[in-house]
Design a protein around this ligand. Structure first.
Ligand code: HEC
Length: 116
């Protein structure tokens, strides 16, 4: 009887824990994006290789917090342009970033540009 009790407790704890955990993961970036929990990986996905240190050349490297923070207004301005407009980023792509991706950058700026 005791064994049964303990194992059902364990099951319940596991269910509750994993529920909280995944709920947290799904919303953390929506509630409060930081450089580390969202912005950095969006840049790695969408701005590679042109803005990554070794390849950047004369372009700004955006694989570090300081540069991204400094240029955030210009970054947002450019990703809100439409393909074909002068200055549009990601350079030469046919499609804009999705609204939800652009919103992560905007929210990050509006909430104070936290690193972590
Ligand atoms: C295929 C290469 C390429 C990709 C991918 C790319 N860029 Fe650029 N980016 C460039 C080039 C080339 C320039 C310089 C020409 C210009 O200013 O338009 C530039 C310039 C910029 C500038 C102005 C500062 C500077 O470095 O001169 C910003 C801001 C910028 N890009 C943001 C972004 C962001 C944000 C992304 C990802 C969403 C991105 N770019 C993806 C090639 C790229």
């Amino acid at each position: 009887m005791k064994k049964y009790y303990i194992s059902s407790l364990l099951v319940a704890a596991t269910v509750i824990f994993s529920y909280c955990n995944s709920a947290k993961k799904a919303t953390a970036i929506e509630i409060r994006p930081t450089y580390e929990n969202g912005v950095a990986s969006l840049i790695t996905t969408h701005c590679t290789p042109c803005h990554i240190t070794e390849k950047a050349g004369k372009k700004k490297a955006f694989d570090n917090y300081v540069n991204v923070k400094m240029d955030i207004d210009e970054i947002i301005r450019r990703i809100e342009l439409s393909p074909g407009e002068k200055g549009f980023m990601p350079f030469k792509k046919q499609e804009k970033l999705s609204d939800s991706t652009v919103n992560v950058f905007k929210k990050w700026r509006d909430q104070g540009l936290a690193e972590k």
